[in-house]
Write a protein that binds this ligand. Structure first.
Ligand SMILES: Cc1ncc(COP(=O)(O)O)c(C=O)c1O
Length: 349
């Protein structure tokens, strides 16, 4: 078995310029206490609700979130969506034109986009026919330059969890950064990989306020990792990456976890109903098992069905050009009425 990566080893994976650089120090980094007169940040002194800069490290949210996630506040990074964390991880660890990232195919599109923006070569490993990790192919694809592996579980667009044992194998064997994107984790009964953070300094778990929490418009994403990795992400992020309003609304949402849990229950119930209704339609060839808030559905003619629904002002996602997803639509679970309207529209096709 490969040697476990410890906190010191993790820092050796960081790009040298990032490790060596002096980060920007904002006014709010340099003075954190209570005071009466703030003349240090060139703000406008007249109150507007937003005339002051926000807390650059969003400590109030982190202190509320930490016990919910069973991590310490210092193990949390918050960003402008989890997309920001995806980009920063690549920027922190991949030397352009040299260090590669490895992703599954199919998976969430932003890993490839961020890799390209940061000139990090990309290796794709096709999932098995039932959308699980092909471990043999994955390990065969790892080279000395592979720096970051992104595993999305539950995976987008396929909707399924990747096998836990296989993810564990990657964590145990791979000597680089392993990112597990759990954007859809609330829609499963599976335990989050955050519980394994104490054992793996090279593990980063991504979650988001955009799905279960119902706050996609806020743009707030979470990364949980070792303090060493979180410090590196904080070092290279924009100083005030999460605005005051987002921080206030997120803090408010965290006071009422029950509201989120209730929405999740409804969506899971509706997911089952939608699956059942779709399976009764002659158009449906297969509804893939889902641990997320969407269903991947194989139909007779995905582009045609997509266009037909769009003409009726119902928008789903045509994924038919995606690897292993020929003639597949990705359908987000909506409200009971929205789902009924979708089914009624397809019945008239
Ligand atoms: C797997 C996955 N990760 C991350 C995201 C982006 O999340 P955020 O809104 O937090 O940027 C998405 C959005 O669809 C997603 O499907």
């Amino acid at each position: 078995m490969a040697k476990q990566i410890n906190a010191t080893d993790v820092l050796k994976l960081v790009r040298k310029n990032v490790l060596d650089m002096k980060p920007y120090s904002s006014a709010r980094d340099e003075f954190k206490g209570e005071a009466e007169i703030f003349l240090d940040a060139n703000e406008n002194p007249y109150p507007s609700g937003y005339n002051r800069y926000p807390d650059p490290l969003q400590w109030k949210i982190k202190e509320k979130l930490a016990p919910i996630k069973n991590v310490s506040p210092e193990q949390i990074f918050l960003g402008n969506g989890s997309d920001e964390a995806i980009d920063l991880i690549i920027r922190a660890f991949c030397e352009p034109h040299r260090d590669t990232i490895l992703i599954t195919d199919p998976t969430y599109g932003m890993y490839a986009v961020c890799a390209e923006v940061n000139a990090a070569p990309l290796t794709k490993v096709e999932l098995t026919k039932d959308f699980d990790l092909d471990l043999e192919a994955l390990f065969a694809a790892i080279t000395a330059e592979t720096r970051v592996i992104f595993l999305c579980s539950p995976n987008n667009p396929t909707g399924n969890l990747l096998s836990r044992d296989k993810i564990l194998k990657v964590l145990k064997e791979f000597q680089g950064i392993v990112v597990i994107d759990e954007a859809y984790i609330d829609f499963t009964t599976s335990e989050s990989f955050t519980q394994l953070l104490p054992s793996y300094s090279n593990l980063v778990v991504l979650q988001t306020f955009s799905k279960a929490w119902g706050l996609a418009g806020l743009r707030l994403g979470m990364a949980f990792s070792s303090v060493e990795i979180i410090n590196i992400l904080n070092k290279i992020k924009y100083p005030y990456n999460v605005n005051i309003q987002t921080q206030e609304i997120a803090l408010n949402a965290l006071q009422d976890e029950g509201k989120k849990n209730h929405a999740v229950e409804e969506i899971i119930e509706q997911r089952a109903q939608l699956e059942k209704d779709l399976l009764e339609l002659p158009l449906t060839e297969k509804v893939y098992p889902s641990d997320a808030n969407f269903l991947l559905v194989k139909v007779k003619d995905a582009p045609g069905t997509y266009q037909y629904l769009m003409d009726r002002k119902i928008i789903v996602r045509d994924r038919s050009k995606v690897t292993l997803c020929k003639n597949c639509l990705r359908i987000t679970v909506g409200t009971p009425q929205e789902n009924k309207n979708l089914i009624a529209a397809i019945k008239n096709l």
